[in-house]
Design a protein around this ligand. Structure first.
Ligand code: HEC
Length: 137
């Protein structure tokens, strides 16, 4: 785990201490997730394809699983919130992503609830490292 944590320490240091989402409500987040996100990210955030690194027939990358088996936990809570708010626009136009923006649909509180639910899907070891790194209590 130390090997994984080192790059996180280097990239994410400036964002340490953001713990707002942790106070939110997992059950409310799950309901919002099922309504808005499972269609692309799968039930329990498990993804909808066998290999999320394999391009789809249309040349686009599939929505990655969010349950800790891909790289969602490499991003700070602040960046994850931004991805839900802005979708593919987060990454800029050079990256031809297609995650929709939920800016109009989901409040900051809704996004926090969803993030807390996503966080709850991660394996305990990843959660513990993430929480220690971002000083989430
Ligand atoms: C229409 C399909 C679609 C829907 C609906 C959707 N997403 Fe996504 N999502 C994607 C795609 C595709 C990506 C990969 C980035 C890209 O292509 O824009 C992505 C990326 C993400 C990422 C970054 C994952 C990572 O590991 O870096 C997060 C977090 C995320 N989505 C959360 C959500 C949440 C929360 C919802 C519901 C509120 C949602 N998505 C709804 C398609 C979707």
């Amino acid at each position: 785990m130390e090997k994984l944590l080192l790059p996180l320490l280097l990239i994410g240091f400036a964002n340490a201490g953001e713990s707002w989402f942790y106070k939110e409500d997992i059950a409310a987040g799950e309901a919002l997730f099922n309504k808005n996100c499972t269609v692309c990210h799968g039930k329990g955030g498990a993804g909808t394809v066998k290999d999320w690194r394999q391009k789809l027939p249309n040349g686009k990358l599939p929505p990655p699983p969010l349950n800790g088996s891909a790289h969602t936990w490499h991003h700070s809570p602040q960046l994850l919130d931004k991805i839900i708010r802005l979708g593919a626009k987060t990454y800029g136009s050079a990256y031809a992503g297609w995650m929709p923006s939920f800016e109009e649909k989901l409040s900051k509180k809704d996004r926090g609830n969803i993030l807390k639910y996503i966080h709850s899907l991660w394996p305990e070891r990843i959660r513990n490292d993430y929480d220690a790194f971002y000083k989430i209590k």
